[in-house]
Design a protein around this ligand. Sequence first.
Ligand code: CO8
Length: 296
Amino acid sequence: MACFRTSARLCRQFLFSNSPKTNLSAVYSPPRWMSTGKYEYIIVEKKGEKNNVGFIQLNRPKALNALCAGLMSELDQAVKSFETDNDVGCIVLTGSERAFAAGADIKEMQTKEFSEVWRGNFLSEWDSLSRCSKPVIAAVNGFALGGGCEVAMMCDIIYAGDKAQFGQPEITLGTIPGAGGTQRLCKAVGKSKAMEMVLTANRITAEEAEKAGLVSKVVPAVDLVNEAIKTAEKISSFSKIAAAMCKEAVNAGYEMSLKEGLHFEKRLFHASFASNDRREGMTAFAEKRPPQFTDS
Ligand code: CO8
């Protein structure tokens, strides 16, 4: 019953809350207007033929996209702005060819004291990305280490360039992963591999990451961003309500027993019958025509 109440509440909250192929340097070079934009550490634009993909590129090349407070705050702002943009159906997050992100900014953390990080609950706000209701694809080239690997794991789908490397090297700094490297990683690759990565700081290749289930696809580095955008365009072409429900149901399964998860899924499935898009999707199928979703 409690489970039913929870899922009914979540359903209610849910219901009432609201490219063409290019080469890598072209993908990674910011458009001119970006350099004077409001962001210092990231590049933000809309991509896709219908401009329905929110694109965020971490852009702190000298520090291999180390995640400083300013960068994480900008990332949070950009994700929130895409969340409220009705045209955007999916977000792609990427870094540079050399690094998705080499972890939290070690130099920024270096002098912090225990009392300061404990009392201030240091980094507790950094996982807001994982609460985005729209699907997020991480397109990882190069290093995804420490917080970089953890940020990728906050996304819903990870695509990797063939030279990508994933790792949790925090133990080499006398600390431990602080944003999912002992939790999400374990769920993604299983206990033994996660333990090995966390305890040895050994990195795994893109190929190993795919084999272990951490990433869903490995493509040549030059094709990575376009591949992620292509998938994001496809996701954006569907009902945003259905996409958000799919995402919520899959993510809820991480926190629940199978029985609770199946119940939650069923209730969201039932709730989808309240949407115009569900009626349109099934009617279009019966009438042998493409659906016209209105996100309502
Ligand atoms: N922080 C700050 N600066 C960094 C970082 C980092 N994590 N990584 C690289 N840099 C800087 C280097 O200091 C260097 O700067 P400078 O030129 O001024 O000396 C520049 O980037 C280039 O780096 P390297 O010269 O070291 O380049 P290499 O190609 O030789 O090596 C490596 C690349 C292997 C990636 C190496 O830089 C490295 O080991 N970096 C640190 C990786 C690491 O330990 N990451 C974990 C950090 S701790 C962490 O992430 C905790 C997560 C907490 C939660 C986060 C929530 C999101």
